[in-house]
Design a protein around this ligand. Structure first.
Ligand code: PEP
Ligand code: MG
Length: 591
């Protein structure tokens, strides 16, 4: 039966495929397609893993047979019996075989997929005792996965290639794997989401998150249709269901009828045609009808993204979110050399165009490691985040600064500091930048000149903009946080997502004020929040005087199209009227 789930539109486009339910705790399990020739070996790996766990339980049973009831209570042997029974259950083994043989999933992926299928059946059981056996099932799966780690796959990918697309050869072996796959999960951290770059997945649907949560931002950067805040999607969708992700409307259609499928197939082709049309603008300079040159820059998360930025026609990187280099490393931070290589890679990848590297911005919804709870009982968005975190650990911060300064030898680099609000923080930051230079001088290591800028993403910073302009060479408006902190709306909380409004008059006033002050003092100002890549807002931002936009590479051409059609002279007055409105959102459609 067809039904739809409404969430928030994150990355536009339509994806049609089969659902792959991935438990949030299992994204670190490798997901890749195997070749037909590896089927037997992969089934064997699971069987060997399972046998190892069965033997371990037999050994334990033999040991506890000699113990008294104090050391080995009856519950323990009953639990081991349950585990043995689950391990020998045909549904587990046959299901795993099916995913490997018919879908060419690698062994770990097949095992966790089947776990999800059976767990769902347990959830639906009436008997509470049986329902609780799901925990045992998860435990034995964990044990099999652990045992399998000792039996390497002959084709296991490197960790950085956790999820790879099927090779042409794989596809020829069995065209069943040609069916697009849609990842459905309850929650994914931004770092988890990043693992899905170059992935097998054609679309994403996630239960939680707001439009500008960092997970959503990374999903958008993958340029694959995605919906977040889809509430119960991971419970309502079943493994292997046919689903449609409508990334424009923020809707997930489950088990679509043939009429619905045909309609979305048509929409999908229209979208592809539109992309084709836009691609003709790739080499066209971004100049408005009245001759204003507009700078269209890229936001990137990883050094390798520089290639995508160049291909999309970006004239530089306006925001390199360096924190992604720090995440998912079990607390071990990248050293100076590792960071230097990463920044240099991005700088060289941009072939002489400027790269704005933002110092680490962890905290709030970006934790370093999923296992590290970010003081969840407090309010992390107002806590030790971004520059506050950096200033609390000067040695870590100076290490990053040295690496960025060294990368500046290889091309133009701008250094961007997030979340500043106090003059004292600004001064401390500059002291540490001087210290980083002095340490490099002492070591005799070369470094380059950098322009230094601040993010304006807290209302207090916008209101005291003159202080910032005394110190900094340029400013960059981070509207994602500026909206969050102005309206007191957690950007990652889908339950208040309807109140997260980029067009609230207070937000527009703070943006306008920042742009106007920068112009008055002849300092460059850019906007690098998600508003910059929203083509429906391009004319308004041009009307407010913005001339530099930084966004996901995939959004550049749609924004450029708006720039080419705009006459900034006419937009200024209109923008003033929009800003003066009680509800500017209602006016925005009018030119
Ligand atoms: C912003 O806040 O607008 C911004 C660009 O930074 P981030 O999304 O990484 O917080
Ligand atoms: Mg921010």
């Amino acid at each position: 039966m067809t039904f739809s789930i409404h969430g928030l539109a994150v990355a536009s486009g339509i994806a049609i495929g089969r659902a792959v339910l991935v438990a949030s705790s299992r994204v670190d399990v490798a997901h890749y397609f195997i070749g037909g020739a590896q089927v037997a070996a992969e089934i064997d790996r699971v069987r060997t893993g399972r046998n190892a766990v069965v033997e371990e339980i037999h050994r334990l049973q033999a040991n506890i047979a000699h113990m008294g009831p104090k050391e080995a209570p009856h519950e323990l042997s009953a639990l081991l019996d349950v585990h043995l029974m689950l391990l020998q259950d045909e549904a587990l083994i046959e299901g795993v075989k099916h995913w490997i043989q018919d879908r060419l999933y690698n062994a770990e992926w097949a095992l966790t997929t089947q776990l999800e299928v059976i767990a769902r059946q347990f959830d639906e059981m009436e008997d509470e005792y049986l329902r609780e056996r799901k925990v045992d099932l998860e435990q034995i799966t964990e044990k099999i996965l652990r045992a399998m780690r000792g039996v390497a796959s002959p084709i296991a990918p490197l960790p950085s290639q956790m999820v790879r697309k099927p090779s042409q050869q794989d596809l020829l072996l069995d065209d069943i794997v040609d069916v697009p796959l849609i990842l459905v999960a309850h929650d994914l951290s931004p770092a988890d989401m990043l693992q899905f770059k170059q992935s097998v997945f054609a679309g994403f649907a996630i239960d939680v998150g707001g439009k500008t949560s960092h997970t959503a931002i990374v999903a958008r950067s993958l340029d694959i249709p995605a919906v977040v805040g889809a509430r119960l999607a991971s419970q309502l969708v079943r493994q292997d269901d046919w689903v449609i992700v409508d990334g424009d409307a923020g809707v997930l259609v489950v088990d679509p009828s043939s009429i619905v499928l045909a309609e979305y197939g048509f929409k999908q082709r229209q979208g592809e045609l539109e992309r084709g049309r836009l691609s003709r603008l790739l080499r066209t300079p971004a100049v408005t009808m009245d001759g204003q040159k507009i700078e269209l820059l890229a936001n990137i998360e990883l050094p390798e993204d520089a290639a995508g930025a160049i291909n999309a026609g970006a004239v530089g990187v306006g925001l390199f979110r360096s924190e992604f280099l720090f995440m998912g490393r079990q607390g071990r931070l990248p050293n100076e050399e590792e960071q230097y290589r990463a920044y240099r890679h991005a700088v060289e990848g941009m072939q002489g165009l400027p790269v704005t590297i933002r110092t680490v911005d962890v905290g709030a919804d970006k934790s370093l490691d999923d296992s590290i709870q970010n003081n969840a009982h407090l309010n992390p968005a107002l806590g030790l985040r971004a520059i506050r975190w950096s200033l609390a650990d000067p040695a870590m911060f100076v290490t990053q600064l040295r690496a960025i300064l060294r990368a500046a030898v290889h091309g133009p680099v701008n250094l961007l500091i997030p979340m500043l609000v106090h003059a004292s923080e600004i001064r401390q930051t500059f002291t540490l930048i001087d210290q980083a230079r002095a340490e490099l001088d002492q070591r005799g290591v070369a470094y380059g000149a950098v322009k230094i800028g601040a993010m304006i993403e807290i209302p207090a910073a916008a209101l005291t903009i003159k202080v910032f302009l005394k110190y900094f060479d340029f400013l960059s408006i981070g509207t994602n946080d500026l909206i969050q902190y102005t309206l007191a709306i957690d950007r990652s909380d889908e339950s208040v997502a309807h109140l997260y409004d980029p067009l609230h008059p207070a937000v527009l006033q703070l943006v306008a004020l920042t742009i106007a002050e920068c112009h008055a003092q002849g300092k460059p100002v850019s906007l690098c929040g998600e508003m910059a890549g929203d083509a429906t807002l391009t004319r308004l931002l041009l009307g407010l005087g913005l001339r530099s936009f930084s966004m996901h590479p995939a959004q550049i051409l749609a924004v450029k199209q708006e720039v080419l059609r705009a006459d900034t002279g006419k937009l200024v007055k209109w923008a003033e009227q929009v800003m003066a409105d009680d509800e500017p959102g209602l006016r925005i459609a009018e030119p």
